[in-house]
Design a binder for this molecule. Structure first.
Ligand code: FAD
Length: 413
């Protein structure tokens, strides 16, 4: 019987496996549905282009232990360090991200409209806190940014109206400094050091983002069983029987809970909660088209265009052929709108589960699910296991914290 059985071999599953083994537990098994490890962090080489098939992936973290973890497997020298060049296509202009700090790059007439709208935002005027995502955007950034960028962009990305989404995942975002917005416009320059998000990132010199997971998994291969989808989970006599074949004392789930609903025997008392666990799907389309700028990616809020982001691969993947561009589109939207793009289409691939959608009520739902199964030694960790908007670095961090906690609580060694 396995001490721990882990569902999924993405960065979370791999990190769990590695950290449990480092803690002395190697009676462990990772089951992975795909024929490759890596989950959303996979890269495929297509006609000389490095295509991150889960969409645009870049490495950065605020957790020093994650830097240490990653760089101890793939040395820092194997990465290129970039100052982010991310753009937004806004009302016929291309300006730097984030929009609120770069309004000064718009033509004067538009600048005035955006600034007035930012000055009148609800947060600056101490208006009551918003209840959903659309209200939150208006309250935070004002109507103009909301109507011309955030609402269309988010609708395109999530495939759900922002008014149907919660805003409880945005609590960390700092207040927009209206004085700074005005100052940048008058001085025609922004202070990048004051931007809310990180302005640098790492990307592997060779082999795309997948290089990171490959390095992390190098010594874990014998514990990972590929081509094995978990489709049956039965709890009997204080143990889990998985796919009627593997027995385990503990199971850690790193895949979307809603995908396991059937496998778990459709638990009636949690059906309402499982319904609130939703994700979107993406289509990733690789094109060849000439470009001679240094942009890494660009956000496209234009509702007429089916895709919401475009990536200029050669500008961050040093070993990728010139002129490779890939587009991310919400899969439903892609099917309805049909993608039109100038350039030569080389390849397209679907990402089954891309972003966990924070629909209203999602937080309580995942809390119920986690609480219910924890008493049966079935846990959830990572982007899907915790159903949270986590980047790969946060999923690694959560996996590390989870193992530490389990070892401390159970004293298993
Ligand atoms: C478009 C996009 C852009 C992103 N950009 C960044 C970025 O720039 N930087 C960053 O750090 N992060 C980024 N992320 C987030 C990052 O991809 C995730 O945080 C991370 O990959 C989560 O890893 P995971 O192991 O938890 O899940 P996953 O990578 O989804 O892995 C889950 C694994 O489980 C397997 N699986 C599914 N169902 C089953 C089953 N029933 N049985 C067995 N196996 C199963 C899957 O095949 C997969 O391999 C981005 C994500 C997306 C979608």
């Amino acid at each position: 019987m396995y001490e721990y059985l882990i569902i999924g071999a993405g960065v979370t599953g791999i990190t769990l496996c590695k950290k449990f083994r480092e803690a002395g537990i190697d009676n462990i098994l990772v089951l992975e549905a795909d024929d490759k490890i890596g989950g959303l962090c996979k890269t495929e080489e297509v006609e000389g282009h490095q295509l991150d098939i889960g969409g645009g992936h870049f490495f950065h973290t605020k957790h020093p232990e994650v830097f240490e973890y990653v760089f101890s497997h793939l040395p820092e020298s194997e990465f290129q360090y970039y100052k982010r060049v991310s753009k937004i296509e806004l009302e016929g202009n291309t300006i730097d991200y984030p929009v609120e700090s770069n309004v000064w790059q718009l033509p004067l007439e538009q600048q005035i409209k955006y600034i007035i709208s930012i000055i009148r935002n609800g947060e600056s005027q101490n208006k009551p806190e918003p209840k959903n995502y659309e209200e939150w955007i208006r309250w935070k950034l004002g109507d103009r940014i909301c109507d011309h960028y955030m609402i269309p962009y988010n609708e395109k990305l999530w495939g759900v109206k922002p008014e149907q989404m919660d805003c409880d995942w945005l609590y960390k975002i700092p207040q927009v400094n209206v004085e700074e917005v005005l100052q940048y416009s008058l001085e025609r320059e922004a202070d990048v050091n004051k931007f809310p998000a990180h302005i640098h990132f790492y990307y592997p010199v060779k082999g795309g983002f997948q290089r990171i997971v490959e390095a992390l998994a190098e010594e874990e291969r014998e514990y990972i069983c590929l081509n094995t989808r978990v489709s049956d989970l039965e709890y009997r006599d204080s143990r889990w029987i998985v796919n009627k074949e593997y027995e385990a004392k503990h199971v850690v789930n790193t895949v979307p809970w809603n995908d396991l609903y059937k496998a778990l025997g459709e638990p009636a008392k949690l059906s309402f909660d499982f319904e609130k666990i939703k994700y979107n799907r993406l289509m990733i389309s690789l094109y060849e088209k000439e470009y001679d700028h240094d942009w890494h990616w660009r956000y496209i809020p234009d509702i007429q265009k089916c895709y919401h982001r475009e990536f200029y691969i050669h500008n961050f993947a040093a070993d990728s052929k010139a002129n490779g561009i890939y587009l991310e589109s919400n899969l439903n939207r892609y099917k309805q709108k049909k993608l039109k793009y100038e350039g030569k289409l080389l390849y397209e691939t679907e990402t089954e589960a891309a972003y966990p959608i924070p629909v209203i009520g999602h937080k309580k739902a995942i809390e119920h699910i986690l609480e219910y199964y924890e008493s049966q030694n079935l846990f959830g960790v990572g982007r899907w296991g915790q159903h949270q908007y986590q980047n790969a670095d946060v999923s690694m961090y959560e996996a590390m914290k989870f193992v530490e906690k389990r070892i401390k609580e159970d004293g298993i060694c």
